[in-house]
Design a binder for this molecule. Structure first.
Ligand SMILES: N[C@@H](CCC(=O)N[C@@H](CS)C(=O)NCC(=O)O)C(=O)O
Length: 248
């Protein structure tokens, strides 16, 4: 059986859970406690050297990381129902959407970590922080953890990040003037890639931009996405409820 190392409120994990749910696939769930930095433990780094979640363990024990790549793997391996356009151009468009969303994860982190991970990181002494940073594989995430622990993002930085995320809505709106979904006229991994972003934009970051008056096609797309049975199955629930559960 497939095994998924993930967390309920992790955006990249949410993508993979949604893809699995659309495919009707069952997985064994292994929750990773990010507040305890489990994803930087030597055992976890063996299955995902990037030290991030999610990681999918295949039936034969091999591991796979990078949520976009995992979704493509799942579509290759379990083609029904298809989650990629049938034509090469459509698939290229889909990959550009995944890349576009991946490039914006740093903007999302600014809004996500402040509710939980940053609160924990702020309690670490300098020596503890230095020790923890040694196990964070990427420079970019070392910087993110250092910011979380010592230098909260300023209002100006938050406004810039918000603007980048609202830019995603503008791009989606423009795209859906031509097509029903982001990479053609069927739901694909492109749509799945942006779902966790839209969830956070809608619930906290810029709900005013999600109205039919501001982004009518996005609002209608979001209603369609949330009405799919897979959305509930993937448990893409309130970020704040998940934070509260993790802290209780
Ligand atoms: N590009 C990666 C990003 C994964 C990622 O950033 N995961 C976050 C949770 S959504 C994480 O593990 N953050 C903890 C950290 O950076 O220490 C993917 O799509 O799988």
């Amino acid at each position: 059986m497939l095994v998924l190392h993930h967390a309920w409120r992790s955006s990249a994990s949410r993508r993979v859970r949604l893809c699995l749910a659309e495919k009707g696939l069952e997985v064994q769930s292994r929750l990773v406690d990010m507040m305890a930095m489990e994803h930087h433990s030597p055992e976890y780094l063996k299955i995902n050297p990037l030290g991030v979640i999610p990681t999918l363990i295949l039936d034969d024990g091999r591991s796979l990381y990078e949520s976009g790549t995992i979704c493509e793997y799942l579509d290759d391996t379990y083609p029904d129902p298809p989650l990629r356009p049938a034509d090469a151009y459509g698939r290229a468009v889909m990959r550009n959407w995944i890349r576009y969303a991946d490039e914006r994860i740093g903007n999302l982190i600014i809004f996500n970590w402040v509710h939980s991970l940053a609160k924990v990181a702020a309690t670490w002494t300098d020596a503890e922080l230095a020790e923890k940073l040694k196990s964070v594989p990427s420079r970019e995430r070392q910087e993110a953890w250092t910011r979380a622990a010592r230098k909260p993002y300023t209002d100006e930085e938050r406004a810039t990040a918000r603007g980048k995320l609202v830019g995603m809505l503008d791009k989606m709106e423009e795209t859906m003037r031509q097509t029903t979904w982001l990479a053609g006229n069927a739901l694909s991994i492109a749509d799945i890639a942006v779902v966790p972003f839209i969830k956070r934009i809608d619930e906290e970051i810029a709900p005013d931009e999600m109205t039919p008056a501001r982004h009518p096609r996005v609002a209608e797309w979001w209603a369609r996405v949330q009405a799919r049975p897979a959305f509930a199955k993937a448990r893409i629930e309130s970020f704040f409820d998940e934070v509260a559960k993790a802290q209780s």
